[in-house]
Design a binder for this molecule. Structure first.
Ligand code: 5GP
Length: 183
């Protein structure tokens, strides 16, 4: 018996599809960063932790791993553009190549904020990897150099993405079967 309600969730992207795409992204990053110097993968907590763990192991190079904590919605469920940093990096990124790793770029406001903030820290370069992109909800255009999947406008869960703090440990990307948003 699975821990979640199978009747209320549809599989949008299954575990095999995710694994295949993550392997491709890892190979692209390996090719792009070979012989370029220190590479840091920065995971945006909490949603990126599963993707980051798989992506890091698909990169065939020595990498540093670090994490940032952000809270983009506060108590409201709509992205306001006001991003709060809840945890900063553990080490400086000056002179290093950085890939920001996100679970999903939705309005783009969180990523825009992070890119602006990181630019002031003088990394050697900064790129973005996101498992998912929801272009229908985009408010600002942010570059996504390594993108897993473009998806329609639906609230998705699993593979790191939560609903009310739960469902992050689903091995696939699922979508609520009920119409509309769950909030
Ligand atoms: P943005 O600032 O791009 O609107 O928001 C990005 C963040 O919103 C993501 O990192 C994620 O935490 C949350 N988010 C956006 N869309 C979804 C979704 O469909 N499902 C879940 N669980 N979180 C989402």
């Amino acid at each position: 018996m699975p821990f979640y309600d199978e009747k209320s969730l549809d599989v949008m992207i299954d575990a095999d599809q995710i694994a295949a795409r993550v392997a491709e992204l890892g190979a692209e990053i390996t090719d792009a960063y070979r012989d370029r110097g220190e590479l840091v993968l920065v995971g945006v907590l909490k949603g990126s932790f599963v993707f980051l763990a798989d992506l890091a192991r698909a990169v065939d190079l020595p990498v540093d791993i670090d994490f940032l904590g952000v809270s983009s919605y506060g108590d409201a469920e709509e992205s306001s553009g006001v991003v709060r940093l809840t945890r900063d990096l553990s080490r400086p990124i000056e002179g290093k190549h950085v890939i920001l790793v996100e679970d999903i770029v939705d309005t783009g406001l969180t990523m825009q904020y992070l890119l602006d903030m990181f630019a002031t820290r003088k990394p050697a370069s900064i790129e973005v990897a996101s498992l998912l992109h929801k272009p229908a909800r985009s408010k600002v255009d942010v570059p996504i150099h390594y993108l897993g999947f473009t998806i329609e406008d639906a609230f998705v869960v699993g593979y790191g993405l939560d609903m009310g703090g739960k469902l992050r440990n689903l091995p696939f990307i699922g979508v609520n079967r009920a119409e509309g948003r769950p909030w």
